[in-house]
Design a protein around this ligand. Structure first.
Ligand code: NAD
Ligand code: TYD
Length: 339
């Protein structure tokens, strides 16, 4: 079996490559990644020299390059992680989100149609469902919840989902889609809530909490997400959408306080800053379908996962310090400079 993993130099894609290569040592894995600011080749160091692994630095929107790769590799399965993934960046500059997340997905599917594959899997997000109110804990996102997006990021992901389902219905492309809640774990880029707060706390820098910090996210350890995708590409039904989440809703402020406690840093570092535009209030996934059909259940509890994650950031300072010192610094100034 040969799998092309796009966006494999990013957070979830790299964790997925490690999972697959460990569990299926006879599979061939090709990582197709443009290495944007969010992609980091050093993340893949542990697998770069393995004979059944290949890294290709290309853009998923580059039709010629994508077709050439399919011709060379004749993949069985494509798992598409490649995306612009940060909501705040999508508010500052939407266009690249439309290009990569929509046009890039369509380009990959065109290659799938031209060369033939067994499965195209689109890694989507719970953000396509919009948000839920705080005072209705009984409401959860199911696969039937209407798409109702808030940000240019989530709108671009929802557009891609619609295209994926259209390629299935119109051309019979064997597709599947997973919509997962917020992930956390190793190699998470330090612009997202959890790694940003860990890195800032370790540097004794202010911890910027948007609004009142009452927004709720449904957190899942990244390995559990990777295991769910593994199940879907091997056993999931074609043309289906699967929600992935572990019933772990938490307020942002509680997470930030937890990180302060774990790192023995004072809560006085917490700084309330201007709210995100169009900020979604609450996400919460109902994972009944993937549990009933494929037997998936999350394995890592948040209390354990956050400890493991913090430990990882303590042991891998070089990885995130290199990132923080580079191009990301300009973005940080733009984002938080006048908040
Ligand atoms: P990330 O930003 O850490 O990584 C994205 C990767 O895609 C990077 O390696 C980047 O270089 C690559 N990339 C970007 N544009 C590209 C292009 N045009 N061509 C080729 N490669 C390109 O993102 P992530 O957090 O790992 O998310 C991966 C996927 O999972 C995304 O599709 C995202 O929407 C989805 N998702 C993320 C979460 C989350 O909590 N992080 C939750 C649910 C779904
Ligand atoms: P984020 O990690 O960007 O994920 P998403 O917006 O895709 O859910 O943000 C998670 C939550 O944390 C979200 O409610 C916004 C909030 N947040 C802050 O309060 N401060 C920050 O500096 C960041 C990056 C996010």
């Amino acid at each position: 079996m040969k799998i092309i993993v796009t966006g494999g130099a990013g957070f979830i894609g790299s964790n997925f490559i490690f999972h697959i290569m460990k569990k299926y040592p006879d599979y061939g894995v090709v990582c197709l990644d443009k290495l944007t600011y969010a992609g980091n080749l050093s993340t893949l160091e542990a697998v770069l020299n393995k004979p059944n692994f290949r890294f290709v630095k290309e853009d998923i929107c580059d039709r010629t390059a994508v077709y050439k790769l399919f011709e060379e590799e004749k993949p069985d399965v494509i798992v598409n992680f490649a995306a612009e993934s940060h909501v705040d960046r999508s508010i500052l500059e939407p266009e690249v989100f439309l290009k990569t997340n929509i046009i890039g997905t369509a380009t990959l599917m065109d290659a799938c149609l031209k060369y033939g594959i067994r499965r195209f899997h689109q890694v989507s997000t719970d953000e396509v469902y919009g948000d839920l109110p705080l005072d209705r804990p009984d409401l959860l996102f199911t696969e039937e919840t209407p798409l109702h997006t808030s940000s240019p990021y989530s709108s671009s992901k929802a557009s891609a989902d619609l295209l994926v389902l259209a390629y299935h219905r119109t051309y019979g492309l064997p597709v599947s889609i997973s919509r997962c809640s917020n992930n956390y774990g190793p190699y998470h880029f330090p612009e997202k809530l959890i790694p940003l707060m860990i890195a800032n706390a370790l540097n004794d820098k202010p911890l910027p909490v948007y609004g009142k910090g009452e927004n709720v996210r449904d957190w899942l350890y990244v390995e559990d997400h990777c295991k769910a995708i593994d199940l879907i590409i091997h056993k999931g039904r074609e043309g289906e959408v699967y929600n992935i989440g572990g019933h772990n809703e938490m307020k942002n402020i509680d997470i930030v306080k937890m990180i302060c406690r774990e790192l023995k840093k004072p809560e006085s570092l917490i700084t309330y800053v201007a709210d995100r535009k169009g900020h979604d209030m609450r996400y919460a996934i109902d994972p009944t379908k993937i549990h009933k059909e494929l037997g998936w259940l999350p394995e890592t509890k948040f209390a354990e996962g956050i400890k493991k994650t913090i430990e990882w950031y303590l042991e891998n300072r070089k990885w995130w310090q290199t990132i923080i010192s580079g191009e990301y610094k300009n973005y940080y100034e733009k984002m938080y400079g006048n908040k």
